[in-house]
Design a protein around this ligand. Structure first.
Ligand SMILES: [Zn+2]
Length: 103
């Protein structure tokens, strides 16, 4: 039997009693944004040059930079951490704290 543990709280996940949640995060540069060329306004000359620049740079680098910029992450989470994660996936601090003290 495979043993899993939560990547957030390190608690072992007993798959007989707990549900193991898998979080997959993919990080990649949105190149299609640059290439689409569907700029609704402004003169396109500069923009097209930018695109060409970008494509050339991508050619030069043999995808290596792209690989580095592209990350696929995978985490196992216990139910508790899953709940916390979906509420705040990026771990950002909430602007306002609910409840507790309000002095
Ligand atoms: Zn956990």
């Amino acid at each position: 039997m495979l043993h899993y543990s939560c990547d957030a709280c390190k608690r072992p996940i007993n798959t007989n009693t707990d549900i193991r949640h898998v979080v997959k995060i993919e990080v990649f540069p949105a190149i299609e944004d640059q290439v689409c060329g569907c700029h609704p306004e402004g003169d396109d000359a500069d923009h097209l040059e930018d695109v060409q620049d970008l494509l050339e740079r991508l050619d030069d680098h043999d995808d290596e930079d792209l690989d580095e910029a592209t990350k696929s992450l995978r985490f196992d989470l216990c139910d508790e951490c899953r709940r916390r994660f979906v509420r705040n996936p990026l771990g950002l601090k909430a602007g306002k704290k609910l409840g507790f003290s309000n002095n």
